[in-house]
Design a protein. Structure first.
Length: 438
């Protein structure tokens, strides 16, 4: 079938284009005035005319016409509603009696003398394109209608925009999959806009869609983890009333590792993957009954491996595709369900980074990163902790990667170890940028 080109388009006088008597929207109607009456009655032409009077014609919609038996005149194949509205705006005498008052109140606008239309003579080609426009999405070939999320994104602000805001964040950090979030927007909106929810989360909304909170970053990370997983698992739904939401939110008071602190208001989207940064050095040495530091115990309730925004920028500057994507993947995958894979992934990341920094392929990264090298790169007070963390990462990674049956992995400990060695990783990346060791 011949494609439509610019040569097929022409500016045509509106008076020479006639409404289609065989429009699929109605039975055959030979008289033009009767076509107008029918469209006005059944197709909401007055609202369309008002929109055109205020905003003009939609630049994203083309007209399609075909030649009529009257030389120099055309029949409208696509755009009959728009053409009808234009004719009524141009000539008030054509407006049906029951709509004259309404049309008289429309804003005065310049007469639309001509419209740009594609002239197609082949009726099969016309039917083909009409089906693309009006026949549904047809597996992606036709137009896809927007759902609630798409509409809210486009308008920028309505009751759904804050729910979308949270869902996008959760999607970005891997808390929910696209399949899980499908059809769940109304549930999120129902809860997010509820008074008890806003009170517990200490939320405030701005018209731009920005959500702020005075809860600590740690608390919001933990809250988000629970809430989004409950949404994805359909534990909560739109049928909940205010009392049900209030009852559900009481569960948040029972969550482990909640700070219950009020801080200066901050924007939730700045959370990124930095789920908790507080008391880093102070708490590392305190052990609990499980033999893990308090910091590590808190990490158990978090979602992803420790993330450092400045390190990500440095990796980007290093311009190493493999390292950059390894780091992004490590920091986006759930710890709880992927401890084994993350253990091997962190080991692989360090193997790759030290190789870039000059490590011989026959030398393990734990040997390359000797105590003296660590001391030269980072604060000496931290060298012992870093060395111990590297030792665990090396042993666990080797065992998990190479042994046929045995694996050694501990998600909370890995979080702690990865956070501990982040200053060393940053220094190695900085050196690699300077030296450009290949």
């Amino acid at each position: 079938m011949k494609k439509i080109t610019n040569d097929d388009f022409k500016e045509i006088d509106v008076s020479k284009i006639h409404l289609n008597p065989d429009n699929p929207r109605h039975r055959r109607i030979n008289d033009q005035k009767e076509v107008i009456k029918h469209l006005c009655k059944e197709e909401k032409i007055s609202f369309l005319a008002e929109d055109i009077a205020v905003s003009g014609l939609n630049p994203g919609d083309n007209f399609i016409v075909f030649p009529s038996n009257n030389s120099g005149h055309y029949i409208c194949a696509e755009g009959n509603r728009r053409l009808c509205a234009i004719k009524l705006l141009n000539d008030p005498d054509l407006v049906p009696e029951n709509l004259k008052k309404r049309f008289s109140k429309l804003p005065k606008t310049d007469t639309i003398r001509t419209i740009r239309a594609a002239i197609i003579q082949d009726q099969d080609r016309i039917k083909f394109w009409l089906n693309r426009i009006h026949g549904g999405e047809d597996g992606g070939r036709g137009r896809r209608q927007w759902g609630a999320e798409e509409k809210a994104r486009n308008t920028g602000y309505n009751k759904n925009v804050h729910a979308i805001y949270l869902m996008d964040f959760a999607d970005r950090v891997g808390l929910i999959t696209p399949a899980e979030r499908k059809g769940r927007l109304s549930t999120v909106q129902r809860y997010v806009t509820a008074g008890p929810f806003q009170l517990i989360w200490e939320l405030s909304f701005e018209e731009t869609g920005i959500i702020k909170t005075t809860r600590s970053r740690n608390d919001i990370a933990i809250y988000l983890n629970k809430f989004i997983r409950d949404v994805a698992g359909k534990k909560i739904n739109t049928r909940a009333k205010s009392k049900d939401i209030a009852k559900y939110l009481k569960e948040y008071n029972k969550l482990d590792s909640i700070d219950n602190e009020t801080v200066e208001a901050w924007e939730i989207h700045t959370l990124k993957l930095q789920l908790s940064k507080k008391n880093k050095t102070k708490e590392l040495g305190r052990s609990n009954a499980n033999g893990l530091s308090k910091k590590t115990s808190k990490a158990a309730s978090l979602i992803n491996l420790y993330y450092d925004e400045n390190l990500e920028k440095s990796l980007s500057a290093l311009n190493n595709y493999k390292l950059m994507h390894l780091y992004n993947s490590l920091c986006k995958i759930h710890i709880k369900d992927n401890e084994c894979m993350l253990t091997v992934g962190v080991w692989c990341f360090l193997e790759t980074l030290t190789s870039i920094c000059g490590r011989n392929e026959n030398t393990p990264f734990i040997s390359f990163l000797s105590k003296s090298k660590i001391n030269s790169l980072v604060i000496k007070n931290n060298s012992k902790s870093i060395n111990e963390a590297l030792g665990r990462i090396s042993r666990n990674g080797n065992t998990t990667k190479h042994d046929g049956t045995s694996g050694s992995f501990n998600g909370p400990q890995l979080y702690n170890d990865f956070e501990t060695i982040t200053p060393l990783i940053s220094k190695l990346v900085e050196d690699a940028i300077i030296n450009r060791v290949s």
